[in-house]
Design a protein around this ligand. Structure first.
Ligand SMILES: NC(=O)C1=CN([C@@H]2O[C@H](COP(=O)(O)OP(=O)(O)OC[C@H]3O[C@@H](n4cnc5c(N)ncnc54)[C@H](O)[C@@H]3O)[C@@H](O)[C@H]2O)C=CC1
Ligand SMILES: O=CC(=O)O
Length: 321
């Protein structure tokens, strides 16, 4: 890629040769990688290295000071193990570049889940028009007048809010702290419990970490409106998938729209069987324009680190590192 090659004006570029984690750990000790200062980490590299957990982070070359990772989510990297190294490995992600495409995906899931479009789409493809065997697609719901609750009102959540307004939806949100009025743009800050109780559609837009894993589970579903619609474009494990399946079965949750799953690429079989739910295979940023923008953002972090000693967009945990 041109932008990557463009870095050769300021650095020697090397690419690891390994095809599995053990070989990569071994390769980190070789002369070729020993001396590497900054890493451009692609999303696909996880299939070779596995997670950047404590073991892997501690095996990385001692010379390494920066990791620029593609993607807004960085849950595959143990950022605390990176900070604990001496010197620390500073980590950056690619926020902002993902906002439009991921919010667009969320809108597709919101409309599809509210309207029950998945049912119609699969019936039609089976030659059954709106249904077969005596069953017809249930009537859906309009977005107009519905309250969307955003859990994690960051770049994507705020982008979604604007798009939801065009569909006549009202936005409430919960973050650990309220946003400035300017950033909130008229969305109302509510407590976590109020968000659960008041949302007609609940959208999960917060990062996955130890504190947010299964932040939505049985107790939280019990506190929601009956007939709520759940949208998840964040990470599968922020929600307890087994609890979601039970809440769908009981009718507590009317439908859901999911782009992400607890154990990708595995999907809970009951979700796959359910004709009513909208499911996508993690395609939030899967466009030429957005993936290009993410890669360029990521490489700009490498350039900034090499030229100034600072990453352009360090992850929140590393802003003051
Ligand atoms: N489906 C896909 O393809 C994509 C998924 N993502 C996922 O979406 C997530 C959000 O992305 P952005 O909006 O760019 O991140 P962001 O960092 O801009 O926003 C996250 C928001 O969540 C809030 N938050 C953090 N912990 C919280 C907690 N315990 N309770 C309530 N709020 C909390 C933060 O304060 C922040 O406002 C990413 O972490 C990533 O996992 C991002 C891009 C594409
Ligand atoms: O899942 C995608 C990301 O950017 O995070």
């Amino acid at each position: 890629m041109k932008t990557w090659e463009g870095l050769s004006d300021i650095a020697e570029l090397v690419e690891p040769q390994s095809t599995n984690r053990d070989d990569f750990i071994q390769e980190c000790t070789t002369y070729r990688l020993n001396g590497v200062v900054a890493v451009y980490r692609t999303a696909a590299s996880v299939s070779v290295t596995g997670l950047w957990d404590e073991e892997l982070v501690n095996a990385l070359p001692k010379s390494l000071k920066f990791c620029s990772s593609v993607g807004a989510g960085y849950d595959q990297i143990d950022v605390h193990a990176c900070s604990a190294r001496d010197p620390p490995i500073k980590v950056s992600n690619t926020p902002t570049a993902v906002d439009d495409a991921t919010a667009d995906t969320a809108m597709f899931l919101i409309l599809g889940a509210l309207r029950g479009f998945s049912y119609g789409i699969s019936a039609l493809r089976k030659g059954q028009w709106r249904g077969g065997n005596g069953e017809v697609a249930p009537l859906g719901h309009d977005p107009e007048g519905k309250t969307i609750g955003v859990l994690g009102m960051g770049g994507i959540g705020r982008n979604m809010k604007k798009k939801c307004e065009a569909f006549g939806m009202k936005t409430i949100y919960h973050n650990r702290n309220p946003l400035s009025e300017e950033l909130a743009g008229g969305a109302k800050y509510v407590s976590f419990d109020e968000l659960l109780a008041q949302s007609d559609v609940l959208s999960l837009n917060l990062p996955l970490n130890k504190k947010t894993r299964h932040i939505i589970s049985t107790a939280e579903f019990n506190n929601m409106k009956t007939g709520v619609v759940i949208i998840n474009t964040a990470r599968g494990a922020v929600m307890d998938e087994d609890a979601l399946v039970k809440a769908l079965e009981s009718g507590k949750v009317w439908s859901c729209g999911l782009d992400v799953y607890e154990d990708e690429p595995q999907i809970h079989p009951e979700l796959v069987k359910n004709p009513h739910v909208m499911l996508l295979p993690h395609m939030g940023t899967y466009t030429i324009e957005t993936m290009t923008a993410m890669e360029e953002w990521c490489i700009s972090n490498v350039r900034s680190a090499l030229e100034t000693g600072k990453l352009r967009s360090p992850v929140p945990e590393h802003v003051n590192l």
